[in-house]
Write a protein that binds this ligand. Sequence first.
Ligand SMILES: [Zn+2]
Ligand SMILES: [Zn+2]
Length: 469
Amino acid sequence: MAIHDRNEDRAMPKPLASHLASRDDSEHPILEVDLVDEFTRRIDFDHRSLPITRSAYDARMAEPNDISTLTEESRDLLDDAISLRRSLHEWPELGNHLPRTRDEVLAALEGLPLGLTLHETTSGIVAALEGDHPGPTMLLRGDMDALPMPEDTGVEFSSRVENAMHACGHDTHTAMLAGAARLLTAHKSRLHGRVLFMFQPGEEGHNGAGHMIDEGLFDVGPLSDGSASPITGAFAIHTTSSLPTGFISTRRGPLMASSDVISIVLTGKGGHASEPFRTLDPVPAACEIVQALQSMMTRRINTFNPGVLTITQINAGTTTNVIPESAHIKGTIRAISETTRRMIHDGVRRVAEGIASAHGLEVEVELRDGYDVTVNDDDYAGRAADITKELIGADRFIELPTPVMGAEDFGYVLNHVPGAMVFLGATPLDKNPAHAAPNHSNRVFYDEACMTTGIALYGAMALRHLSPA
Ligand SMILES: [Zn+2]
Ligand SMILES: [Zn+2]
């Protein structure tokens, strides 16, 4: 395999000045700003050298567990990853049906010795790479869908689809996973078992992982020699602009929150605004409910097992002199444990029904479960941290002190298989991630050089999981 000394930042598109000036870290922050500031102060970004030298690479070639060459090898795969990522970025697709994206992924995998399964209920693709030796199966996941929003990054490969943008980095995930399939194919002779590449649609609220599981994702069957090969590990990477390029963060236990939807409809009796005593006004009761829900959160929910309840929408009335018949309250519930999640659900119902009844109003409370809590397996997250430090250096790994209150459907995979998810930084090293537009922003910018680390880490996790020692 050719090894050369290209810089991490070549082929990086230049962000526009408007992007650099933007600051919107209120939406979907992955890290606390203070934390980012703290560790960006620790790092000298200007003179980073690669952790592995060419002579070290040569010397370690023979070791069976060796992952020291993977970063160099992944750098050779970066051009292909960038071109796939840009193509996906230009033509983003939403939801569970991503025909163009699927075709692109299949083209990128062409010629590799993979067993392909095309899912029927969604555009999910499962590609299986059998190693030369028997062993268990390791699942690597990348999601492929975009978000329904306009793009304002100004990059030359900006979205050509109206109201669709890869603003959560899933285009980079897909490109890295395809790169990892190529990387691991080159190490097929060292694999004791099978790698399952899960290309999933519909992460952004469409339960793509759940649909793939329902359609038999885990029914992997034996290897071609007839030996059993159950899935014993799972790993996913999520790109984030909240960390510098090539940095990795994760934690043991809960990593991301559950995400459920609140919908409360209060119904009273409408009438003239000048004669409220002849009506049953739902508006003051709706206001009381919003306030009481916040008191419920602080008084009933364990400080050390927290949750978030945010009312995001209140709709009632049409004009200034009419008391409306009904009021509609909507919002979201986030929690990092099933216990707190259910306590909040019970609390919302109790508060809404109690206040409605106190005012003689009818109430309908609907609490719809969204994604589960995404919980990293303790051992597996520890192993991922160790492998990451070995691969990229301990000073580029950050152990997150707290979970992130966003949600992820990779949690459904982790409900069945021990594994871990990590965040991969993608803000250029000369920029402060605390000031970067966050994931889901119309101006979010991902430094494509981060994909070298992502490809190498996917490869390292699979190689170590499927090694005999
Ligand atoms: Zn997202
Ligand atoms: Zn995402």
